[in-house]
Design a binder for this molecule. Structure first.
Ligand code: ADP
Ligand code: MG
Length: 419
């Protein structure tokens, strides 16, 4: 008997649901694509390219639209003998300084025998190399800086778009495509950077449920065999996606998770609503665990404090009323408690992760406002992600009954219990 057997009853092409899959057509982005295409038109005309700036939340098709249009541009430009188009695509996640971007660009433009070290040069020297390399190559250069909000200093964001205006380039034409997932990034740019980098701005709005439904239908037709999905599956994935953030990536991930769960069940040959529900739960758990595990120990202590207050019906609660509990927990864990202000920062971080919700309240006649915090997440999920801090602090009385299921490890049961 073979150990591995193909099970392809459900999926026709599961890879079509993966992050790296590029759809042949984008659904429902006609307006944005049209503007984007117009912004790129000068390349085909042999003119100076525009600098283009795309912004919108994650998963709204910015990268997909860029890849789609640039691959067409590349193909169509090759029809013209007098256009020498060079595309450079950088994702700035992990490239946080102008220096890193500049060295990376130099190395992208050079062949493998001629690479430069990523440290040790003065920044101005790397820029000189970049201008020299670009001018030697000539032609039209489009440089995509995807997730450009990761770049912490704006030197390169000023230098690149203005390279010709500043007479750093004479032969090469250059255009920058900046893509940002972060709204505030654009607003925080200095005026001189904004005016050059954001010459043409294109906003990608979040998707609503009916947009997501069309996107999912298109993708499902490639990924799944006919008649495998129950009718309710795509609308449900789309509804969840629209409720969460209007993010197509999340909806596609959910559809894939549902498909995987269906596939894991013996005898099951269709994907049903129940698979979507279970898939959503799994994905949520993954997101929460990831979010919580990225916090510092003080973040965990603050969350644990809030959790116990929540279980004692003390939420919504003000930060100063979280404080005694937090101080107690920190001491039990052998840590010096943070000052109130820093503790509040941790509450704000929990809110950003979506674990906690915040309400602003008015102080009454005296004016002023204060904030109240409440837990906004499945208790079992949080508990299972707080494993370590439970070990450090001990088991608070209020969580006892929630630990009676599979969460109780041998380690936990031997821990100190307290009120
Ligand atoms: P962003 O770059 O804005 O974060 P992406 O372009 O990576 O988002 O899109 C996320 C996922 O959703 C990708 O798999 C992409 O192919 C898909 N997608 C987004 N918008 C569309 C669309 N309009 N039509 C088809 N697929 C889309
Ligand atoms: Mg992207």
């Amino acid at each position: 008997m073979s150990l591995f057997e193909r099970d392809t009853e459900i999926y026709r092409n599961r890879d079509a649901l993966r992050e790296d899959y590029q759809p042949a057509q984008l659904v429902g982005r006609d307006e944005e694509i049209q503007m984007y295409q117009a912004a790129l038109q000068p390349v085909i005309n042999g003119e100076q390219p525009n600098n283009v700036f795309l912004y919108g939340k994650t998963g709204v098709g910015k990268t997909a639209a860029t890849r789609y249009l640039l691959s067409h541009l590349e193909e169509d430009a090759s029809e013209y003998d007098d256009i020498d188009l060079r595309l450079t695509f950088l994702n700035c996640d992990g490239l946080t300084s102008s220096y890193q971007i500049a060295t990376r660009l130099v190395n992208e433009l050079r062949d493998e025998t001629n690479q430069i070290s990523t440290t040790g040069y003065p920044r101005a020297t790397v820029y000189e190399m970049l201008w020299d390399d670009l001018d030697d190559l000539g032609g039209t250069n489009l440089i995509v800086l995807d997730e450009v909000d990761h770049v912490e200093d704006d030197s390169i964001l000023y230098q690149l778009p203005r390279a010709r205006a500043n007479n750093n380039l004479s032969d090469a034409k250059i255009g920058i495509i900046g893509i940002s997932n972060d709204f505030s990034f654009r607003d925080d740019l200095s005026p001189k950077v904004k005016s050059s980098l954001c010459e043409q701005e294109i906003h990608f709005p979040a998707y609503d449920a009916s947009d997501l439904q069309k996107i999912l239908e298109q993708r499902a037709a490639v990924a799944f065999h006919d008649d495998v999905l129950d009718d309710a599956v795509i609308p449900l994935c789309a509804a969840y996606g629209a409720k969460d953030a209007g993010d197509a990536r999340q909806s596609i991930d959910l559809l894939m998770k549902a498909g995987d769960l269906a596939r894991e069940e013996a005898e099951t040959t269709t994907v049903a609503e129940t698979h979507v529900e279970a898939g959503r739960h799994d994905l949520e758990r993954g997101r929460i665990e990831e979010g919580i595990s990225g916090l510092t120990q003080h973040g965990h202590l603050v969350l644990y404090s809030l959790l116990t207050l929540h279980l004692q019906d003390e939420t919504p609660v003000r930060s100063r009323d979280v404080r005694p509990r937090y101080t107690n927990f920190a001491q039990r864990a052998g840590r010096d408690p943070l000052v109130p202000r820093r503790m509040r920062d941790h509450l704000a971080e929990l809110a950003m992760l979506g674990l906690v919700s915040v309400t602003e309240r008015n102080e009454g006649r005296r004016g002023g406002t204060y904030r109240e915090y409440t837990l906004d997440m499945d208790i079992e999920l949080i508990l299972s992600a707080l494993d370590e801090v439970l070990d450090d602090v001990g088991i608070h009385d209020s969580i006892q009954e929630h630990l009676l299921d599979e969460d109780v490890t041998d380690e936990n049961t031997s821990l100190a219990q307290f009120q």
